[in-house]
Design a protein around this ligand. Structure first.
Ligand code: PAF
Length: 289
C-alpha cells in the first residue's frame, strides 16, 4: 500500500474506520517527529503486529511550558516521511496545531495521584496533562487496536496505561525497550541539541544508572546510599546538573527507601541547556548476585 500523508482529522478518521470495517487491525505510533532509531524500533514492532499502521507526527504545544523548547524543538518532516515510507507505514497523520486544538479548546485529561506527582512532574508540572490530553485525542481520532510507546519515557508510559484503564479505552498499550547509542546514551530527539563536548558528558546518565545497578548487584539495598553514589558520578561530570534521581516502585512510582522486588531507577539531568532522561528497571528476583 502506498503511504498516505494526511493533515485532516476527518480524513484520518475515515481511513482508519474503513480499515476496521474491513476487519484489519490498526496500530498507532504517536511521535513528535524528528525520528531516530528509538522511534524506528516502535514502528518496526507495530508494523509486525498490525495490518494498518499509522504514525502521528505532531509537536504538541500543550506538553511544553512557555519557558520550554516548543518553538525550537527539532523538526525534519521530509526526512521523517522518507524513513516511514521505508518502514512500510500506511498513514502519517500530521495535523496542524489549529487542526488539533481549536481556539475554543478547553478540555484536558488529567491523571492525578502519585503517578503524576514526582520525577518529571516536579520540574514539568504541565507535562503529563498535555501528554494525556493529546494521546486521548489521537486515540479518539485513530481508534487503534494497539498503540506503542518507548520505555525511556517510563513515567509517560505509566500515565498513558492508567488513562487507558481509567477511561476505558479499548486499546492495548505496547511498551518497547530503550534504544541506546554504543556508549549508552538513550536515543532522543533532544540529543541533537548537544555539541560534541556536551555529547561526551551525556553518557553520564547511563553511567550513573549502571553504577546503581552494580551497587545493587553487590548487595546494597539502601536507596539513599545508592542515590548519593549516583550523585557523585553526575556531579563529577562537566556540564551535568541533576534535575532528579530517584528509585521508585515500578507500579506506584512511589519513592522506595529500600530496594525490594521491582524498582525503576530514573534520572533527569541537564547537560548544559539540554534536559535528558533515562531509566533502568531492576527486578531483584532476576539478579544473580
Ligand atoms: O513521547 C512523545 O513523543 C510524546 O510525548 C507523545 C507521546 C507523542 C505525545 O505528544
Amino acid at each position: 500500500m502506498l503511504m498516505k500523508t494526511v493533515q485532516s482529522i476527518v480524513d484520518t478518521r475515515l481511513l482508519c474506520r474503513l480499515q476496521r470495517y474491513q476487519g484489519n487491525n490498526v496500530g498507532l505510533v504517536p511521535t513528535m517527529g524528528f525520528l531516530h532509531e528509538g522511534h524506528i524500533r516502535l514502528v518496526r514492532q507495530a508494523r509486525r503486529d498490525n495490518d494498518f499502521l499509522v504514525v502521528s507526527i505532531f509537536v504538541n504545544p500543550t506538553q511544553f511550558s512557555p519557558s520550554e523548547d516548543f518553538s525550537t524543538y527539532p523538526r525534519n518532516f521530509e526526512q521523517d516521511q522518507s524513513l516511514l515510507a521505508d518502514e512500510g507505514v500506511d498513514l502519517i497523520f500530521c495535523p496542524s496545531t489549529e487542526e488539533m486544538y481549536s481556539s475554543e479548546n478547553s478540555t484536558f485529561v488529567e491523571v492525578t495521584g502519585q503517578l503524576t506527582t514526582n520525577l518529571c512532574a516536579i520540574s514539568r508540572p504541565h507535562f503529563f496533562c498535555g501528554v494525556a490530553s493529546v494521546v486521548a485525542k489521537l486515540f479518539n481520532i485513530i481508534d487503534p487496536h494497539r498503540a506503542y510507546f518507548g520505555q525511556k519515557d517510563a513515567q509517560q508510559l505509566a500515565v498513558i496505561k492508567r488513562m487507558v484503564r481509567d477511561l476505558n479505552f479499548d486499546i492495548e498499550i505496547v511498551s518497547v525497550p530503550i534504544v541506546r547509542d554504543d556508549d549508552g546514551l538513550a536515543k532522543s530527539s533532544r540529543n541533537a541539541y548537544l555539541n560534541p563536548d556536551q555529547r561526551k558528558s551525556s553518557t553520564v546518565l547511563f553511567r550513573a544508572l549502571q553504577h546503581a545497578e552494580m551497587l545493587i548487584i553487590d548487595g546494597e539495598r539502601n536507596s539513599g546510599r545508592i542515590l548519593a553514589e549516583m550523585e557523585k558520578v553526575i556531579q563529577a561530570t562537566e556540564y551535568a546538573r541533576i534535575d532528579y534521581i530517584d528509585i521508585v516502585c515500578t507500579n506506584s512510582f512511589e519513592s522506595q527507601e529500600y530496594i525490594n522486588g521491582e524498582v525503576l531507577i530514573a534520572v533527569a539531568v541537564w547537560i548544559a541547556d539540554t534536559r535528558l532522561i533515562d531509566n533502568i528497571q531492576i527486578d531483584l528476583s532476576n539478579l544473580t548476585s
